[in-house]
Ligand binder design. Sequence first.
Ligand SMILES: [Mn+2]
Length: 316
Amino acid sequence: MKIEFSRAVEKLKKADNILILTHRNPDGDTLGSGFALMRALKKMGKKAKLLNNDEIPSKYSYLYKGISEEDFTEEFIVSVDVAEIKLLGDSVREKYGDRIDLSIDHHESSRFYAEETYVEPDSASACEIIYLVIKALGVSVDSDMASCIYTGLTTDTGCFKYSNVTPRTHLIAAELIACGANHSKINEIMFDTKTFGSIMLEKLCYENLEMFCEGKVAVISVTKKMLSDCGVDKSALDAIKPITRQIEGVGIGITVKEEDNGKTGVSVRTSEDYDASLICANFGGGGHIRAGGCEFSTTVEEAKKKIIDYITEEII
Ligand SMILES: [Mn+2]
């Protein structure tokens, strides 16, 4: 059931022993939202813990720095930035998928899997909503919380460059900097610093870059072998996904990635002429207008063919 903002805040106010769920292949927005909320709830004297299906990449370690781990039986479960149940990842979904009390999300494609859902599709990041929730809970935002929230704002907007940015995004960013968010360091970690392995992965990706539809569609393929050859994990893909859209004339940029169990994940980035979430919805996925994702139970080559055929026949 869809609920109002005030109802979401009220639910969190009443709750205790709270488990916060984030999406698989965690990014700055889901983790920033989760850890900011966790810090705020703890500041209110509540018990809270965060769970992710996958390992959290080390570049995000500042988000949970100084937080003490607590063990308790969860009484209230809230998911943040999780558009649909399968995005929790298999092990988390099996354990908690059917008992989520509240979902706080900003995806156009958000599904109503939780008992109650607060969704703002116009919000550039889930972290923007979490900031307003924390303020409504009456918690004063400290520098650690501000850094968590700022992380989601900047990562979900490509460092405030994407068209999802609104005046509110910048106003909240300004408030977060006033609260002590470590903004320049965060942007350096998220956008400037690359490991040698991730640069090597970029090199391999440039080598297999393919163009379709008279240069309107660009595709990069990433196999598990490429990741292991470069000594990087799948978080290195965050730097790969924007590459295709940097090419002049490309309206649809696609990154196709070999997943475990013979599956293939597809990430789609689009210019203002195309809707990424619509393209992905055709294959059971979703996302935002400019960035979406879907999954195929096929090889990388077959997945690539399916999505290119669809785009050639139906979109371009
Ligand atoms: Mn997000």
